[in-house]
Design a protein around this ligand. Sequence first.
Ligand code: V47
Length: 385
Amino acid sequence: MEIIGKEHPFADIWAKVQREERLTFEDGVKLMSSNDLIALGHMANYVREKKHGSKTYFNTNRHINPTNICQTLCDFCAFGVRMKDPAAYTMTMEELEHRVDMITPDATEVHIVGGNNPTLRLEYYEDLLRMVKRKRPNLHIKAFTGVEIDHFTRVNKLPVKEVLDRLIDAGLDSMPGGGAEIFADQPRSIICDHKTSAERWLEVHEYVHTRGLRSNCTLLYNHVESIEDRIDHMTRLRDLQDRTGGFQTFIPLSWHPDNTELIKKYPHLATSTGFDDLKMVAVGRLYLDNIDHIKTYWMQVGEKLAQTALWFGADDLDGNVVEEKIYHAAGAQTSQGMAKSDLVKLIREAGRTPVERDTLYNVVNTDFPETPRGASVAEELQVLS
Ligand code: V47
């Protein structure tokens, strides 16, 4: 049975997808406005399998969030707090060293992001990067969102290039995709007024790419944005990618409302539906023809949806994570970390082929023993109490 026949509303788009022709803004809006999830998934899976076959990537990683003190305090976020908040923390170098010491030898990446803390000078972050490299020279450091980099320029009164040059010199290997949120002015001013502008976020990533480093990109959805805003955001990412080729992975992030100011102001908003989560993955895969990987962040969408997304365009699940704070502050119900054996099982149970990668998608391992689900997460990951 043909899923997208000649009479189907997607017939033209499907022909373009098969010819590897770029989709227009209007095509993107049409896809995003449709409720024909099966047709969307069919097309996205076609692209996914053409690029990656059945391979599904994950890595062995750890997250460190050095501080939750944040000057920006975006309404959509539940992680950042004021300096005087009883929950405020900033890790000392000793605490950071302890966390790095806990990272098991098989880990290949540490993901470091935090709040925009006005009291921390650039030297704190340089010392952190140098300490990680001294202790674990082979650990890839993926750190600081474009928003944090912009914050560092203001605290230290330095241009973007100098901040990034100094961080790269201290050991920064790549940048995560956070902080992009939604680029369009109107929703951006509602969910994160006063935050780094879209142009500045893109400028930071462009410079990082010209220095030869890779980065990721994200889109925060399911708040006050429109369908057009989503496609506008992806168009700007696609345009930058045409110039630099530096983005590795696109990660659609659904907004979690708990404990945020935004939900107080807009109480009708709700947690995203699985339907919308799959649509974002599928449209991302179809529209971002120049970005290699689409990640479904298991920690954020949940294990069941992450498995399903592997048939709707996603080829990456992220990694073990461990000690995730940003989503759990906002009510995420997922566990704090997942053992490698469970990631492998999750992928296999979805009928896909697990591939452990490093941050740059070099293959680390493809040969995994069969293990029962729920292997000792705490033992395997050395979770801090
Ligand atoms: O920038 C914050 C989002 C991002 C909430 O690059 C929220 O590999 C939903 O970017 N509800 C940080 N989202 C996480 C991130 C990320 C995660 C995993 C992998 C990578 C990567 C990047 O999380 C923020 C913001 O967009 N966020 N608060 C919230 N309440």
